[in-house]
Design a protein around this ligand. Structure first.
Ligand code: ADP
Ligand code: MG
Length: 271
């Protein structure tokens, strides 16, 4: 049934959808400083709705700071943030944030199931009673990340990859529209990485927006649609095909990856 007319109509609809697309998150003029030297300087960024975007840059580039300042977890010296074209205060409930694993206190005695249940607190309210359907949702989210069998374990007893999956399950339980993940693949095994990327792609297919701080340049083209290259200042942003180039990468990493190349398949080659 794919006549040329139908195809043209579909193309136009896609273009229309693209042109009217709202930003999942828009940042303007964001400057953050912990001391004298700014960690972020006057950064503008547009995270497209319905896309998967990687935030890339060397250690200390301000990647985690960008997410935390956007969410108001660390104060900013200046800058505006809107989420789905509304102020953060209005859209806050539409965001799920998964912090860098290293920043979490894993000795805190909590069951895996309860960690995921915490993702439902907005629906529950502070004094809300956990009902059967909430337990069901939490279990389903654990199942989506392949962790249903670990529901009764203590979170501190899990491997890094398993902990990361549980945190992803908690963010799924929130039912957010925008997922902000800080290095979700750091210190996880290949099976976990594949499981996480499958869940993120599923979210994207449901029209959700995903932003992840990402440290592995070799997988950027395979995993993401868009990139933001950051090193205190914004270096570049846009679709991977146009913004993730050997020039922008060497600009972002300074001399370290100056001779990096992107080959014809869009894969990064570091000689
Ligand atoms: P990235 O996530 O890109 O590695 P960060 O956003 O964590 O970078 O850090 C950016 C800079 O800010 C670094 O120089 C870091 O040392 C500094 N920094 C981050 N958090 C704090 C903090 N809480 N107090 C002081 N300096 C900080
Ligand atoms: Mg970081």
């Amino acid at each position: 049934m794919t006549t040329p007319e139908l195809r043209i109509a579909a193309d136009n609809a896609a273009k229309m959808a693209a042109s009217t697309q709202v930003s999942a998150m828009k940042i303007r003029g964001m400057t953050v400083s912990y001391g004298e030297k700014p960690a972020l300087f006057s950064v503008d960024a547009d995270f497209a709705s319905g896309a998967m975007t990687a935030i890339i840059g060397p250690n200390g580039a301000g990647k985690s700071t960008l997410l935390k300042a956007a969410l108001g977890i660390v104060p900013r010296l200046s800058g505006e943030v809107s989420v789905f074209d509304r102020p953060l205060s209005v859209s806050r409930d539409r965001i799920a944030y998964v912090p860098q694993r290293a920043s979490v206190d894993w000795d805190f005695p909590t069951r895996v199931f309860d960690v995921v249940l915490m993702g439902l607190y907005r629906q529950l309210g502070l004094l809300g009673r956990v009902k059967a359907r909430h337990r069901q949702t939490a279990l389903e989210c654990l199942d989506r990340v392949g962790m249903a069998d670990f529901a009764d374990r203590q979170i501190g007893q899990l491997s890094g990859g398993q902990q990361q999956r549980v945190f992803l399950a908690r963010s799924l339980a929130q039912g957010a529209d925008l997922y902000l993940l800080d290095e979700p693949f750091a210190g996880v095994d290949a099976a976990t990485e594949a499981a996480i990327i499958a869940v993120l792609k599923e979210l994207k297919n449901q029209g959700k927006s995903v932003v992840a701080v990402h440290h592995d340049l070799a997988t950027v083209t395979r995993y993401f649609d868009r990139v933001l290259l950051l090193n205190v200042n914004k270096v570049a942003e846009g679709p991977v095909a146009s913004a993730f180039t050997s020039e922008t990468i060497s600009q972002t990493y300074g001399g370290r990856l100056a001779s990096a190349q992107i080959d014809q398949l869009g894969l990064l080659v570091v000689p």
